[in-house]
Design a protein around this ligand. Structure first.
Ligand SMILES: Cc1ncc(COP(=O)(O)O)c(C=O)c1O
Length: 488
């Protein structure tokens, strides 16, 4: 019955409407569903799930609100700004308001330490970075063509680049043994594998700073990547939407800097994706930017941009805000101070109970190492542990599997989408999880890197394990050989 209904539905709708390419069934989105059905609130639902699966930057809204109050003319919905209402509301140039493109280009330069220049005429608007990625995929690849992408990578790339275009993403496998760095060998191996499978590689998708790792790429690696794509004559999309979230050394180096100062390459192959969703914390405004060094791509993307323009009301407000350079300097520096403080608080708190994290200097999250808590080194065991963390510890962290990580046991933890009190509650829960259910040995220092945690969990955890998973979900090795019992 269910089968025939599904079949009927499939005939009624398009293949696109009935395929699974959006990826909403991945564990990444499952965690959000768990949060949505039982969201934490300090008074109304103190035992609810804390959302630590959302890379949102909420740490500077006090400053933003102050700016909005001090600059009422920036909005067309205030007494001071209403005289611009009609001008903003009627059709405007699809290329974007000139003041908006100028201000965005200037902001992008500022975030890159004024070491590079951006031409406002190469800026194309899109609905967030999401829209920019899809537009680029449509411009650069045909169905079945592939882009190489280092793992672990942001799960949304599958939706953004693959779903509606029909192109593929092929992993460049990176490992914890060298802190998940991309190497010449790994790039070459992925390329060869594609060739053997007769898949046409059209490009390389890079995300720097990385989501989920929180790391930035060093100059040598960036030079290697540009040399690689140039030699193979394939495109490079560089997603730099976390460029202003860098909160400690090493500093961020943009791909633009590399091609301007470090290595000769065919610039027609280089394309940047940017948005204000992370650096300023405005994902709701859907301000996405595609910046291409290739004239034909700029021209084609501009035609496509009419499917995902940023509203002129938003452009108007953003142009004013970004043009206030003193304010932007303040936001960038305050945001990085606050991110550093939050990151330190969290990672030190975890180190106290022996949980290690990958050393990182950017992003709104860190990459937590729970490999020693796994029953065995498999993704099934990772999912078991993740279910416990979601349903018992009540934290929505995201499992490495959803980021295509090649090794089980890593989890992404977001730390900038909540207030200080929620942070304290989350840390208390994690401490309890480890200390009450187990016994921590050899606390690590805040400098600890991946693999340095030593956890030893007691038998009492097994009862929790059983309760959560239920007998039908227990592995054949359970209960006496529970992973959490064996881990040392
Ligand atoms: C690496 C990366 N690219 C793109 C996006 C999508 O950004 P936007 O909200 O601007 O569409 C995200 C969102 O989390 C991301 O992490």
């Amino acid at each position: 019955m269910e089968f025939s209904l599904k079949n009927e539905q499939q005939q009624l709708l398009s293949k696109m409407a009935t395929n699974d390419g959006h990826g909403e069934n991945s564990p990444y989105f499952d965690g959000w569903k768990a949060y949505d059905s039982d969201p934490y609130h300090p008074t109304r639902n103190p035992n609810g799930v804390i959302q630590m699966g959302l890379a949102e930057n909420q740490l500077c809204f006090d400053l933003i609100e102050e700016w909005v109050l001090n600059n009422p003319e920036a909005s067309i919905c205030t007494a001071e700004g209403a005289n611009k209402f009609m001008e903003v509301a009627i059709y405007q140039d699809y290329h974007g308001l000139p003041e908006f493109r100028n201000a965005v280009a200037r902001f992008m330069e500022k975030v890159r330490g004024d070491r590079v220049k951006f031409d406002p005429n190469r800026i194309v608007m899109s609905g967030g970075a999401t829209g920019a990625h899809e537009t680029l995929a449509f411009c650069l690849a045909d169905p079945e063509d592939a882009f190489l992408v280092p793992t672990p990578y942001y799960p949304g790339f599958d939706r953004d680049l693959r779903w509606r275009t029909g192109m593929q993403l092929l992993p460049i496998v990176c490992r914890s043994s060298n802190d998940f760095k991309v190497t010449k060998e790994s790039m070459e191996a992925a390329y060869q594998k594609a060739q053997e499978a007769n898949i046409r590689v059209k490009g390389f998708l890079l995300n720097n700073p990385s989501n989920p790792l929180g790391t930035v790429l060093d100059r040598e690696t960036l030079i290697d990547i540009v040399t690689f794509i140039n030699d193979k004559n394939i495109h490079l999309i560089c997603d730099e939407i976390y460029s202003a979230t860098v909160f400690s050394q090493p500093e961020f180096i943009s791909i633009s800097e590399i091609i301007e100062h470090d290595v000769q390459c065919n610039r027609d192959l280089i394309h940047l994706v940017y948005s204000l969703s992370k650096d300023l914390g405005f994902p709701g405004f859907r301000v996405g930017i595609l910046y291409s060094y290739n004239d034909a791509v700029v021209s084609c993307a501009r035609k496509m941009s009419s499917f995902g323009l940023v509203s002129t009301q938003t452009q108007h407000l953003i142009a004013s805000m970004l043009s206030d350079e003193a304010f932007m300097d303040k936001i960038i520096s305050t945001s990085s101070e606050r991110l550093a403080a939050r990151h330190g608080l969290f990672t030190r708190g975890l180190a106290q109970v022996g949980i290690g994290t990958l050393k990182s200097s950017a992003g709104l999250y860190f990459w937590m190492d729970l490999r020693r808590l796994l029953r065995e080194s498999t993704f099934e065991a990772e999912m078991e542990l993740w279910r416990i963390i979601i349903h018992e510890v009540k934290l929505n962290v995201s499992p490495g599997l959803s980021f295509h990580c090649s090794e089980p046991g890593w989890f992404r933890v977001c730390f900038a989408n909540m207030d200080d009190e929620s942070v304290r509650v989350a840390l208390r829960r994690i401490h309890k999880f480890v200390l009450v259910q187990g016994k921590a040995t050899e606390p690590t220092t805040p400098k600890s890197r991946c693999g340095s945690s030593k956890l030893q969990l007691s038998l009492s955890f097994r009862r929790l394990d059983e309760r959560v998973m239920g007998s039908h979900m227990m592995s054949p090795h359970s209960p006496m050989a529970s992973p959490l019992v064996r881990a040392t």
